[in-house]
Design a protein around this ligand. Structure first.
Ligand SMILES: O=C[C@H](O)[C@H](O)COP(=O)(O)O
Ligand SMILES: C=C(OP(=O)(O)O)C(=O)O
Length: 441
């Protein structure tokens, strides 16, 4: 399939140095022979949902691991992540009376861009870990060698994940009548107690609607989409297929793919790649973004200004967003933007704690989302969603929140192989706060 993507060779940032060209070719050919993970028609549905979010008629909740790992792709982990997203979506929908577009950072989020190509521990320097799709987290010379067969494993792990996600979300588990069940198995906390109360209210409203003759069978299933950063082009390209209905190219590795802050160069291979596929796509924007860049990237990726095609995921930092975001929005608006604006309050707020862990403060995360809403409201544009690194597990990776995780607690259960995630309760707590902001119109 790669011939479909032929064009001038462009520099591709953040790619592994695969040591064996033959092995790489073998893995690419294998991927190209596999069935698609998602269908073009599903991507089109998501584009329509993203369009609604760009107009304030829906709100996007994108969430999941910073970096998925093969070892953690278990039924329990996947179920708890899906449950957390369903609960957060219920809080947002009920709290703000807006449909929520549920998108997992799942089933493909196996590669990471890194600030440095190497990592040094106790005087030993090895290649950096770039995600399970590329090499292994273990700190040994052998483990850190990029192995293209890992892309094939990532495909299989994504298939299994997506299969379970589809079973959960269409097989009855996501039925709103199970709104209480999603809270089961989690430790009792103020956030879960608040959720339990909300679930009782939803139950009551549903009983009322049922008595009025509403048909709740329509709610048995929920839409749930898969997203990841389109980083490793040797994985994305062979999974790119022609849609037989329209003759257009789609990246069938996920419904929504985004280009990260480190790979969004206008002359680079990543922007060239996503310009050619028809999926709904995202571009991360930090404080380094210029007005000129925004206009040019819109012209490259969304020349027709089609609502739902392009999402800007801003990740500015709690202290910068109020100054850095307005000129970006103004430039986009002046250039006729039809983009969906999403706030990633994670990546601009990372710091190293005194105990040496990469962490984020829950208060900063909330503050960035506040800034995002305030800026959009002041400019008359639409805050269309949030993008969160989270897990359904009870980890201690981000400090703060109602349970007041402290620096000293980070050591207790820090499991992320890259960036710190909100745990289940912090995710729920954030959903309640965002529901308030959304409802504050
Ligand atoms: O998730 C984002 C990046 O991959 C991550 O922040 C990079 O982390 P690093 O600075 O430790 O390489
Ligand atoms: C690397 C990521 O973010 P960014 O490109 O915004 O740094 C990410 O979301 O995993």
């Amino acid at each position: 399939m790669t011939h479909l993507l032929d064009g001038p060779a462009r520099p591709a940032a953040q790619q592994p140095s695969w040591p064996d060209a033959e092995a790489l070719k073998g893995a690419i050919d294998t991927l190209a022979s596999f069935p698609p993970l998602v269908f073009a028609g599903e991507c089109d549905v998501l584009r329509e949902r993203m369009a609604l979010a760009s107009q304030g008629k829906a709100f996007v909740l994108q969430g999941g691991d910073c970096a998925e790992t093969f070892a953690a792709a278990t039924a329990d982990n996947i179920r708890d992540r899906v449950k957390t997203i369903l609960q957060m979506a219920a809080v947002l929908t009920y709290g703000a009376s807006v449909p929520v577009v549920k998108v997992g950072r799942m089933a493909g989020q196996y590669a990471k861009p890194r600030s440095s190509d190497v990592e040094t521990r106790d005087g030993e320097t090895l290649p950096a870990y770039r995600g399970d799709m590329v090499n292994d987290f273990e700190f040994t010379p052998q483990a850190r060698i990029p192995d293209p067969q890992r892309m094939v494993r990532a495909y299989h792990a994504s298939t299994a994940t997506l299969n379970l996600v589809r079973a959960f979300t269409t097989g009855g588990y996501a039925d709103l009548r199970h709104v209480h069940d999603w809270n089961k198995g989690f430790v009792a906390t103020p956030a879960n107690a608040a959720y339990e109360k909300l679930a009782r209210d939803i139950d009551k409203a549903m009983r009322f609607m049922l008595a009025c003759g509403a048909d709740f069978d329509a709610m048995r299933a929920t839409e749930f989409f898969a997203a990841h950063e389109a980083l490793i082009l040797d994985y994305e390209r062979p999974l790119t297929r022609v849609d037989h209905r329209s003759g257009r190219l789609y990246d069938t590795s996920g419904h929504f793919i985004w280009i990260g802050e480190r790979t969004r160069d206008l002359d680079g291979a990543h922007i060239d790649y996503v310009a050619r596929v028809h999926n709904p796509i995202g571009v991360k924007l930090s404080t380094k973004t210029t007005a000129d860049y925004v206009e040019q990237v819109m012209d490259r990726l969304d020349p027709e200004r089609t609502p739902g095609r392009l999402t800007f995921i801003t990740r500015m930092g709690a202290r910068q967003i109020r100054d850095a975001l307005p000129p970006i929005i103004e430039a986009a608006t002046a250039a006729g933007a039809a983009v969906t604006w999403i706030c990633d309050p994670m990546h601009g707020n990372t710091f190293e704690s005194s105990s040496g862990y990469k962490t984020r403060d829950f208060a900063d995360i909330v503050e960035e989302v506040h800034g995002f809403f305030d800026v959009h409201r002041a400019l008359g544009t639409v805050p269309g969603g949030i993008h969160i690194e989270l897990t359904g597990n009870d980890v201690t990776e981000c400090i703060g929140g109602a349970e007041k995780i402290l620096d000293a607690d980070l050591t207790k259960r820090y499991e992320s192989v890259c960036d710190p995630r909100l745990n289940h309760r912090q995710g729920l707590e954030l959903a309640f706060l965002v529901a308030e902001m959304l409802g504050d119109d």
